[in-house]
Design a protein around this ligand. Structure first.
Ligand SMILES: NC(=O)c1ccc[n+]([C@@H]2O[C@H](COP(=O)([O-])OP(=O)(O)OC[C@H]3O[C@@H](n4cnc5c(N)ncnc54)[C@H](O)[C@@H]3O)[C@@H](O)[C@H]2O)c1
Length: 268
């Protein structure tokens, strides 16, 4: 199976490549080449998802897409997010469907639920409530994926990633951390799952008091290997030691606690 990984030069893409390489042929797509490689079984394509021509070329001969590329950040404005987080996912879905790509694995984020208070939070059945413009773009991406799955039969596997840092930095991320190994295994599940139509699961390892019920992923065969408590960062801060700007009260942490960047005047 040949997989197009968008945003492959980023943190997640770089961390998961070694786990996916033995199983899949990888086409690594990004604005800039990856810091390492390409290794055997990998191919590098530099391009911009904003360009339909670049996307068409990148999709040539591909069986499935793993869409990681996006822009993010606490100060991200709506306008800054439009090309990478809205237009790009739509172009990629449209071109994937047209090119006969079979599967689409979408890297979403827990920030689609980030505006909830964390105390007593139960993700099951909760409406999407993004905390800021990054999460809002992910909610759009999830909806666009559902549209292409239901209308055009693209097989879609959406993963709401918790926190994919190399180590666990605080009490909030302890409840939603994922190792690169577990995340890669979840992506691989979506790339192989028989009978896949449209699924939404959480990208988390084994976490204490988990923020999200990941029963669906487990039912589909996901078996996390890594434990968040065994991967604490040296300066780990439990909930009680987190400063307000890290947003300990919120599912979305700092994104929910930070001021929402203002919208630009219409036409600017
Ligand atoms: N890292 C985490 O903890 C985390 C948590 C939740 C969700 N996610 C999701 O996982 C995915 C990967 O995250 P990451 O941490 O690796 O992000 P990252 O910022 O490290 O990497 C994103 C990559 O996308 C590329 N990109 C952006 N716009 C592009 C364009 N127009 N064309 C081509 N490439 C483009 C960038 O160059 C970058 O290499 C993202 O979708 C993110 O929302 C990550």
């Amino acid at each position: 199976m040949k997989i197009l990984i968008t945003g492959a030069s980023g943190r997640v893409g770089s961390a998961i490549r070694p786990y996916l390489r033995p199983e899949f042929d990888l086409r690594l797509f990004d604005l800039a080449p990856p810091a390492t490689g390409p290794a055997e079984g990998e191919e590098v394509v530099v391009g911009d998802l904003a360009s339909v021509a670049d996307v068409r070329e990148a999709l040539h001969g591909v069986d499935a897409v793993l869409h990681l590329a996006c822009v993010h950040g606490l100060g991200l404005t709506f306008e800054q997010s439009l090309d990478a987080n809205y237009r790009a996912v739509l172009v990629l879905l449209q071109e994937s469907a047209s090119a006969g790509v079979e599967r689409f694995v979408y890297a979403s984020s827990h920030h689609v639920l980030g505006a909830y208070r964390q105390a007593g939070f139960d993700a099951a059945g909760r409406d999407v409530a993004p905390d800021a413009f990054y999460g809002l773009g992910k909610a759009f991406g999830e909806a666009a994926c559902a549209m292409y799955a239901r209308r055009f039969g693209l097989r879609v596997f959406t993963v709401r990633i918790g926190n994919a840092d190399p180590t666990v930095s605080d009490g909030r991320t302890l409840r939603m951390w994922t190792s690169a190994r577990d995340l890669a295994s979840l992506f691989a599940l979506g790339l192989r799952l028989e009978g896949l139509e449209h699924e939404v699961v959480y990208g988390v390892s084994a976490c204490p008091d988990p923020m999200f019920d990941n029963a669906r992923a487990l039912a589909l065969g996901y078996r996390p290997q890594d434990r968040a408590e065994e991967n604490l960062a040296p300066g780990f801060r439990p909930y009680g030691a987190m400063p307000p700007e890290l947003g300990p009260d919120w599912v979305g942490g700092a994104y929910a606690a930070a001021p929402l960047p203002p919208l630009a005047e219409r036409g600017r």
